[in-house]
Design a protein around this ligand. Structure first.
Ligand code: UTP
Length: 226
């Protein structure tokens, strides 16, 4: 059976407005995809994680402690998707890669959050993808692909439909290694996937049919890395 890892950005799962309908539709789509594909989902922390990291930093907590708080939030976000998936997924987010592999023995969909300090859930998704020999990693964010510059700040930025791992690494490796960064895909994760030769699909996670195409390895709107 084909295996895919979905890195689900916290910005997709946690929004200002009521998001339960989106999460329900996402869960229904994942259940359908899981009929033919084993699905691992790694949820990000989003603005809730950033809140704790910002407040903790103002209180002079060490960076690794801020990371631990971020990890707790990613696991809480995992529980939100698990709540929508019900019997179709694991009940408690696995705390490491071995637990995730074990959970996959009983569940076609496994949902988890972060694992260890100093990385983000993009890297967790990438290491997990190598562990479970995934065919691809799908990065679902609130941007519809990798751009030549930050599209929120630069109106002339354009989306790159296809690129190599090396080109992605060039774009993302200038990121600072503090708790709570926001880049399209974390450099550590991109480097793991480059080494393993696992392709990455970057898509806007709010567009569920498009996200489904990316998960199923079909043509999609976004950026194809690999
Ligand atoms: P995210 O994976 O959400 O990181 O983890 P991010 O890139 O800041 O957020 P998005 O993509 O915009 O949602 C949130 C924070 O939790 C800690 C890090 O501090 C990270 O910035 N974290 C997460 C870890 O230390 N280890 C992990 O395995 C996961």
């Amino acid at each position: 059976m084909d295996t895919v890892v979905l890195s689900l950005g916290g910005s997709i799962l946690v929004r200002d407005e009521d998001n339960s309908q989106y999460i329900q539709e996402l869960a229904e789509m994942l259940v359908e995809v899981s009929n033919a594909t084993r699905v691992f989902v790694v949820t990000g922390g989003g603005r809730i994680a950033r809140y704790y990291i910002r407040e903790g930093r103002a209180l002079c907590a060490p960076e690794s402690y801020l990371d631990e708080m971020g990890i707790e939030v990613t696991r809480l976000n995992a529980r939100l998707l698990i709540a929508a998936l019900g019997e179709h997924s694991n009940h408690t987010p696995p705390k490491d890669y071995e637990e995730a592999v074990l959970a996959a023995k009983d569940n076609r969909i496994v949902v988890m959050g972060g694992v260890s300090p100093g990385i983000t859930t993009d890297a967790v998704s990438s290491i997990l993808a190598e562990h479970v020999r995934a065919s691809r990693v799908v990065n679902a964010t609130s941007v519809d692909g990798v751009y030549t510059a930050d599209p929120a700040k630069n109106p002339s930025a354009r989306r790159i439909p296809k690129m190599s791992h090396e080109e992605l690494l060039d774009i993302v490796s200038a990121t600072p290694s503090k708790a709570g960064p926001t880049v399209v895909f974390e450099a550590a994760g991109a480097s793991v996937l480059s080494r393993a030769g696992i392709p990455i699909s970057v898509v806007d996670g709010r567009d569920i049919p498009n996200l489904r195409s990316a998960l199923e390895g079909k043509a999609f709107e976004g950026t194809s890395v690999g």
